[in-house]
Write a protein of this length. Structure first.
Length: 323
């Protein structure tokens, strides 16, 4: 009989934002199942950010405790600087430390650029991008202090980006926020390495209340949750600054932007020179990838769906909360 594996995250403390439903709930449950003690954050808004439900986080905490895990609820708004500080402080006060931060909270306002209001733009950016930056700021301060005190860190920052943000296939407010999170993850990877912290991001393709009707049934949140737990564990030592796509049994490492075809010359490129060279450079450049990150003629796993996100002004379903 094979030996029983000890819980891989035993003794670790995790904070998951937007963990009251969907992907965040799956992350919190999986982290607890693998031995982590979890701060479950969610202030319980509708998917468009309206309203609140103070019981959203409590329900997930109850579920974790019924399964023998340890968890505590937090109903703060991650997009509020003081609330982000308080949720990190709660992890430290209640469990003694914070080892794993999973930024997942988000809202959705599907609008075209011409149909978008100032509020539609600002609210989505505030929750996704500013919220990720706020919680990361206070977690980083904790990890810095631990490193300066000579204590072990080995901490993990795991952010949630999106295929639509990486490949510009959705709405401008959401995609700008998610692309910003991917860029911020690279910066965090560089800055936090000195404290023994790694920073990575996941781009989940998973059924949640934000993706109803878009994905096949096999794209459950569990696929992304197991990847998050692996990134949270010691097995991911040395993996830093990476973005992973995951969904329905598919997993891939997303390459960063890189320079394609280029030319060099001494002196200034004048307009007439650009007339002659730029069309050729563009023709030699790689095409835009699809929503799964593959070029149009590139071989791809046959069971991956061809996805197309809606682009128009859509009625926002009032049925969910987090990404």
């Amino acid at each position: 009989m094979a030996p029983v594996e000890a819980p891989r995250l035993a003794g670790r403390v995790a904070l998951v934002t937007g963990a009251g439903a969907g992907l965040g709930r799956a992350y919190a449950l999986a982290l607890a199942r693998h031995g982590a003690r979890v701060v479950v954050n969610d202030y319980g808004p509708a998917v468009d950010g309206s309203g609140s439900n103070p019981n959203a986080a409590e329900l997930v905490v109850d579920e974790i405790r019924r399964q023998g895990g340890q968890a505590v609820a937090n109903a703060g708004d991650v997009g509020a600087w003081a609330d982000a500080e308080a949720m990190v402080a709660q992890a430290i006060t209640h469990f003694g430390a914070l080892d794993i931060l999973v930024n997942n909270a988000g809202i959705l306002r599907p609008r075209t650029l011409v149909g978008m209001s100032e509020r539609d733009a600002a609210d989505v950016l505030r929750v996704h991008l500013f919220g990720t930056m706020a919680s990361t700021h206070f977690a980083a301060m904790h990890w810095r202090d631990r490193a300066k005190a000579g204590g072990p860190t080995g901490a993990r920052l795991i952010n949630t980006t999106s295929a639509s943000g990486l490949f510009s296939a959705g709405q401008a407010n959401y995609d700008a926020a998610k692309a910003g999170i991917a860029a911020m993850t690279g910066v965090a990877a560089n800055e936090l390495a000195r404290y023994g912290v790694t920073a990575n991001a996941v781009a989940p393709m998973a059924l949640s209340r934000m993706s109803t009707g878009i994905l096949p049934a096999r794209f459950t949140p569990d696929h992304a949750a197991e990847l998050v737990c692996w990134l949270a564990s010691k097995a991911s030592d040395g993996v830093n600054g990476r973005v992973f796509s995951v969904g329905g049994g598919h997993i891939g490492v997303v390459d960063r932007w890189h320079t394609g075809p280029s030319l060099n010359r001494e002196g200034l490129w004048h307009l007439r020179d650009l007339d002659n060279v730029l069309p050729g450079l563009v023709a030699r450049a790689a095409p835009h990838p699809d929503l799964m990150g593959y070029y149009p003629e590139e071989p791809r796993p046959p069971d991956l769906p061809q996805l197309q996100l809606p682009r128009g002004d859509l009625p926002t379903p009032n049925t969910g909360t987090t990404s």
